[in-house]
Write a protein that binds this ligand. Structure first.
Ligand code: NCD
Ligand code: ZN
Length: 353
């Protein structure tokens, strides 16, 4: 049995308000606990999006009643909420800037719309970018010009990890996260994931080439965090017309990474650094006293969507054999998950801000 700290996922979509048939603070934080996470940071691309104090209260009220693990809520950067976002910095996980197109309405196309957020959002509060490829290069230039830290969400490409490495060497304050699906899947896996339903392979950033995946593994030291980008959409939506992009990930991240530890692809210390130590530092997160995760590192099992707590009812890792089973999660001295059962009640989770 190994004991890990309560893990932190700085990138989840819990779909509340507005799409609770996909997930809500209850089902999403249950999935988090079952996956060994005791703290999650929720993205703002909900319906309505979280972009001012009224919408922030909508999400925080729901979270307060329903969350079973600790949580923070991001605010989205829009064209007209610069002052409001800056004034709410102390109440949110951070500012999320959508600089490339993805699921939801939040998007800042024009670079002149990025500038006021860089000028006004407090230097000490986290700023997270959805920025792919050359957009990511532009975001790093902004970090350099405005001399403030930025965190790049879900990098997936060789060109991205190499540029972040070079930027860090120059002293630019940039950190990054990688999702398990970009470490364990490439675009060659899309036919197997899809099994005749191409929508199941859709995710942003898209699954990349084998060469990109290899490059992420070769540059593990450049990766600050592992984040799931848990983006649940129901299997009916994934198999329907206009399938939305996104994979669930909260319940598969730790077993997949523990399996990689078993294979010698990374160390347990790497895992703790990227799923606890670094996210705490980058996002200024409080300590959770008497909080830990117990894992049976020798137990092997098969991933099954039918055994998951996420409401979306599917996983791109269906049938995968993994080694490392989460037995118990303790949050602030109270058992929160044990042997497949959620023990923490709705409302047990606290707002980290
Ligand atoms: C995310 C979603 O569904 O909210 N989808 C995805 O493919 N990752 C949006 C996002 O994070 O880009
Ligand atoms: Zn996301």
């Amino acid at each position: 049995m190994i004991k890990l700290p309560g893990l932190i996922d700085p990138h989840v979509h819990l779909r509340e308000p507005g799409a609770t048939h996909k997930e809500d603070f209850d089902s999403g934080t249950s999935a988090a606990l079952a996956g060994g996470f005791t703290m999650v940071l929720a993205m703002p691309n909900t319906k309505p999006p979280i972009f001012d104090s009224t919408t922030l209260e909508l999400a925080l009220d729901a979270a307060k009643q329903k969350a079973r693990c600790d949580y923070g809520q991001y605010i989205g950067a829009g064209p007209e909420n610069v002052e409001i976002a800056a004034s709410l910095a102390g109440k949110v996980a951070g500012l999320k800037m959508y600089l490339d197109s993805t699921f939801g309405e939040l998007r800042l196309d024009d670079m002149s719309l990025w500038m006021p957020h860089f000028e006004k959002f407090p230097q000490s509060a986290p700023m997270v970018m959805h920025s792919e490829s050359r957009t990511m290069a532009a975001a790093i230039l902004f970090a350099s010009i405005y001399n403030r830290p930025i965190h790049i969400a879900h990098i997936s490409l060789k060109e991205e990890i190499l540029l972040i490495k070079a930027a860090k060497e120059k002293g630019i304050k940039v950190t990054c996260e990688v999702c398990p699906h970009h470490l364990f899947l490439s675009k060659d896996d899309i036919p197997a994931i899809s099994s005749g339903h191409p929508g199941r392979g859709e995710v942003r950033p898209r699954l990349a080439a084998k060469e990109d995946v290899d490059s992420l593994w070769e540059n593990l030291d450049v990766i600050d965090c592992f984040a799931t980008d848990h983006a649940p959409h129901t299997i009916e939506e994934k198999d329907g017309e206009n399938p939305p992009p996104g994979f669930p990930g909260l319940e598969t991240a730790l077993p997949l990474l523990l399996t990689a530890v078993d294979l010698g692809r990374l160390t347990l210390d790497d895992l703790i650094e990227k799923m606890y130590v670094n996210p705490r530092k980058i996002f200024n997160l409080p300590e959770q006293p008497e909080t830990w995760v117990e894992v049976d590192e020798d137990a092997s099992y098969e991933v099954k969507a039918s055994e998951q707590f996420t409401r979306c009812n599917w996983t791109p890792f269906e049938g995968w054999k993994v080694k490392g089973k989460i037995r118990k999660v303790v949050l602030r001295g109270q058992p929160a998950f044990e042997d497949g059962k959620i023990l923490a009640g709705p409302g047990a989770g606290k707002n980290i801000r």
